[in-house]
Ligand binder design. Sequence first.
Ligand code: ADP
Length: 358
Amino acid sequence: MSEITSEQVLEALKTIKDPDKGENIVELGMISGLQIKEGHVAFGIEVEADRGPKLEPLRKQAEKAVHSLSGILTVTAVLTAEREPTKQEQPAGNNVNPGPATFQKMDLLGIDSVIAVASGKGGVGKSTTAVNLALAMASNGKKIGLLDADIYGPSIPLMLGIDKKPSQTQSGLIAPLENHGIKCMSIGFLIEENTAMIWRGPMATGALEQLIKDVAWGELDCLVIDLPPGTGDIHLTMAQRIPLTGAVIVSTPQDVALIDARKGLNMFQKVEIPVFGLIENMSYFNCPHCGKRSEIFSHGGARKEAEKMGMDFLGEIPLDISIRETSDGGNPIVASDPSSPHSLSYIQIANNIWSKIK
Ligand code: ADP
């Protein structure tokens, strides 16, 4: 089936009128950031902040209108408003746009716990850690879903060796993809690769919410979310809207990474989400040739920093070529070599996290 066009989407949206202004929402210039990818449609509806709460029915009507087009798998419409945050929503010292007017936590049916894997900056191995931790939890007999919310570089399907696209179930939900015993969904399925999409907090949160509630996850003991790196408004909005049981922060041991990890901790604390602890990735290097261990990034920094910050230290993972090759090759080490020392480290960290979930 050929891809739906933006003209078709806008035509459908023209049937929706702004209840206060009487004109349709397209003519009024309220539609922003329209994205279409393989049957997934996302857009924002710009509204004045004070009208936000009462325009929820309009948002639903807009989603319904687009959903009625043929070939549509999912539709995410979010109300977006530029406005001054109230004192209560504005975390002290953090200049962020709080996004939509209300931050009610969404309901999660059948999902017992949600863990965010976060990092203050990119490239520290957050996704690799998220994948291996999810697999480690599954290896203990848990039902695990892994949601790739890294809008800057969604890589989880690749790491799980998934090259299929999601399809629709009979009940109209999206069927998650599955490999190595875990269910997976990625925000990358909703956006074109290499598009210069500027995500705003509400938009990213809307897409993430959809990936939670419109996906047939079934019963899960835990949904692991690979968050985008950083601590900006997108993270804050996600953290406020998604009912996270807790977060773990991945960092390399150098000072620069640890400064960002501290920002991550502050962010979760501001929105009262428990931080279960810090994981040191690329902790030390095992040379595959001489067998010697080198502490490239001054090993142990994360443990010390965690102590200073009053946060638990969950464990360390070395920089090892087998970790990179296996996860980049779609067969992460916990799945491909579950009894290796690195896999046992991931399993130990997963157990530490699990004891905190309980
Ligand atoms: P992030 O999600 O923080 O951007 P990734 O998980 O994508 O980082 O990792 C970046 C790169 O580093 C990937 O190629 C990955 O395979 C590699 N990598 C991550 N952790 C390790 C590790 N412990 N040992 C070796 N390579 C690693």
